[in-house]
Design a binder for this molecule. Sequence first.
Ligand code: DOR
Ligand code: ZN
Ligand code: ZN
Length: 416
Amino acid sequence: MILKNADVVLKDGVRKLDIRIEDGRIAGLGRFEGEGIDCTGLTVFPGFIDMHVHLREPGFEKKEDIASGSAAAVRGGFTQICCMPNTRPVTDNKVVVSYIVNRAKEVNLCKVRPIGAITEGQEGKNLAAIGAMKAAGAVALSEDGKSVLSAGLMANAMMYAADFGLKCLCHCEDASLVDGGVVNEGYYSTLTGLKGSIRAAEDIVIAREICLAESLALPVHICHVSTYSGVQLIREAKARGVQVTAETCPHYFTLTDEVIASFDTNTKVNPPIREEKDRLAIIEGLRDGTLDCIVTDHAPHHADDKNVEYALAAFGISGLETSFALSYTQLVRGGTLTLEQLADKMSAAPARILGLEGGAVEPGAPADLTVVDLNEAWTIDPAQFVSKGKNTPFAGREVYGKVRYTIVDGAIRYEG
Ligand code: DOR
Ligand code: ZN
Ligand code: ZN
């Protein structure tokens, strides 16, 4: 296959090139004779990699399953996704890890890499079978949905994980401080009467994980950073050489907690959407490299879980089908990042952090490519989602950047 006359996003800039694909790999960049897909006016990115997704299978297939989640991924331009272990049963052993790997191969849309739980049943008591999960294909460990309560256990987890070449991805939340809070504590929690949660509930655990990484000289990755103060903790830690990496999500750099005034439960997410100073600090963190990557935290829920009063609704946003357009519109059109920097945040950085193949358009690399029309404006409509989760706070929002082709190992897995 040849992609002809594309604007190709390379590490050091964008160049007009043809891409020749052979045996699932990029065989060459340049000018090639022969038939091909005309990509005039289209932009080719290294296939997007989302290192933080909830696929819900096994156990919650009413919300999403590996087939529907993979379809949503390729529709969003993702060629590789990593799925969190808060399934039922919890992904805390090699059987569930193997099940996900095998089912994803049957579905055969994007690459799916399971993340194993840190503790058995995500109960915070005993470490899960880390080595066996790694052998079965787990690419990281996480207790996502909550934090590991005991710092001692977390330290042990980081040491074991490192011995197996895995990183811990930390959802940072002190439950005693959240104490039932469902939104950011501030003006809008007061206005709505919804119970708030303070930044410290997140920041204290970010600080703890940084302290552990520093003391043990081991790597740690901070999930879905939402606070200005968390960004600052990570910036300072990086400046003194701590092996910390971090992610944020589109909802944290495009929205503020003003959106909760509608009582729309699609705005309910954990950690909560915070204030303008947080949003601006997250954008600055992306710009200066404090925040390494953009993930969706794709958390699909059934209408039954969302169509209830705010306090009772499930936390989460269905994000795979909107992430690229929201990020491109806000960050590139908004003047914060270049296209190659966005490609780093959405592809190369996750690959680097987890040691995955992919993340670059270069000869020899797997032909995982996302072809986008950057000039096409469209309006987000959850009724069009192929994800089972229609829960988005972005319905009706106008964005730029439409995925035209998602190519995985040289095969077109989505055509828009
Ligand atoms: O909003 C969230 N949804 N945050 C989490 O940490 C978990 C996730 C889920 O699994 O629904
Ligand atoms: Zn989380
Ligand atoms: Zn999550």
